[in-house]
Design a protein around this ligand. Structure first.
Ligand code: AMP
Ligand code: MG
Length: 341
């Protein structure tokens, strides 16, 4: 499939808007990660997103809109909690699940009677939404199950290749995504709001507006189908050390000299202090804060996954503060094994 790049100029964004109208796919930057977009009113175009990603048909997509009024137009009901959260946090990294109007194509909703809506803040995404004039259905621009790209280069690497030759993909290059993990998804479609996915907007900020969030009942109907699937995984097996710095440095020193994670063949993704203390040859820093870690996370996983001579990866993270909770969630889902202190 050919991926054709466009600059984020007026002309590039205009061409991307026209491509959406013609039923093509457009990968575009948002503040969370890059999205792979289609005209959300065109079921055939939306179906191509699933084909290109290899995404299970029952994993619904988020509709991206320019403002809360456009989101409300897609909803059968616009609950009070939706109004309050949209007023406080849009545009931004928050997705709301609300009852869907029947006019929202079933392929977007994964067959559910709800729809996920988000108003992104990235200036290029906002210009593209204005040019498109329709809701844009967009999941992350990776192949299903793999880390989400946060740069245009990452999208080109993830989506390039011989699959789905009949689909045209355009790629608007807007530089790196500032947040680096996907949006927080909250279900406000009935009763107490539920946290379906931690993400770029810290849960505590949302709870400050609507009170404590519930979590979907285990074993009940799938409220967030996407969370059932394997996610974010690099090709090489990843071990997550969910440990404080001291314990992690000790474990890395011990195991780095042995068979489990020999440092010559293992890549390390960890907060800067730990990377410096460990001194492994293949290492990527997650910086000094949860915010820096989120921004570095997916690109770091993919960098280590391409690093020559490695056959396993080790990540260190144990911080739920702010966006740290989303970093933990992504690493737990990416990991083949989680080791606690
Ligand atoms: P992605 O676009 O790849 O970041 O994934 C979107 C996430 O939103 C997935 O976890 C979906 O399961 C979730 N989602 C989208 N639409 C709905 C919906 N109607 N109800 C519940 N979860 C949804
Ligand atoms: Mg995704």
């Amino acid at each position: 499939m050919a991926v054709t790049r466009l600059a984020a100029s007026d002309e590039g964004v205009r061409r991307a808007g026209a491509a959406l109208a013609a039923g093509d796919l457009v990968a575009f930057p948002t503040e969370t990660v890059y999205g792979l977009g289609a005209d959300g009113t065109n079921p055939r175009a939306v179906a191509n997103i699933y084909r290109v990603k290899g995404r299970p048909a029952d994993n619904p997509l988020i509709l991206h809109v320019a403002d809360a009024a456009a989101a409300e137009a897609l909803a059968r009901e616009w609950p009070d909690d939706a109004r309050r959260l949209a007023e406080r946090f849009w545009p931004g990294p928050l997705t709301l699940v609300v009852p869907a109007r029947a006019a929202v194509p079933a392929v977007v909703r994964g067959g559910l009677d709800t729809v996920a809506v988000r108003c992104p803040s990235h200036p290029v995404a906002r210009r593209l939404l204005a040019a498109a004039g329709v809701p844009v259905a967009a999941p992350s621009a990776n192949r299903s199950g793999h880390p989400s790209p946060t740069t245009a280069e990452g999208v080109a690497r993830a989506l390039g290749g011989p699959t789905t030759p009949d689909v045209t993909v355009w790629l608007v290059d807007g530089g790196p995504s500032s947040i680096g993990v996907e949006s927080t998804v909250v279900d406000v479609s009935g009763g107490r709001p539920l946290l379906l996915r931690p993400g770029g907007l810290p849960t505590t900020a949302i709870e400050g507006v609507v009170g404590a969030l519930g979590t979907p009942a285990a074993g009940g109907p799938a409220r967030s189908p996407g969370m059932r699937y394997r996610h974010y995984a690099p090709d090489r097996p990843l071990v997550l050390l969910a440990m404080d710095p001291e314990a992690a440095v000790a474990a890395l020193a011990r195991e780095g000299a042995r068979d489990r994670w020999p440092k010559a063949r293992s890549g390390l993704l960890a907060p800067r202090r730990i990377v410096e203390a460990a001194g492994w040859p293949a290492a990527v820093s997650l910086g000094d804060s949860p915010h820096e870690a989120a921004a570095a996370l997916f690109e770091g996983l993919m960098t280590l996954d391409r690093w020559p001579g490695l056959d396993r990866l080790v990540a260190v993270w144990n911080n739920q503060e702010g966006v740290g909770g989303a970093v933990m969630d992504r690493l737990e889902r990416a990991a083949a094994e989680v080791v606690q202190a």
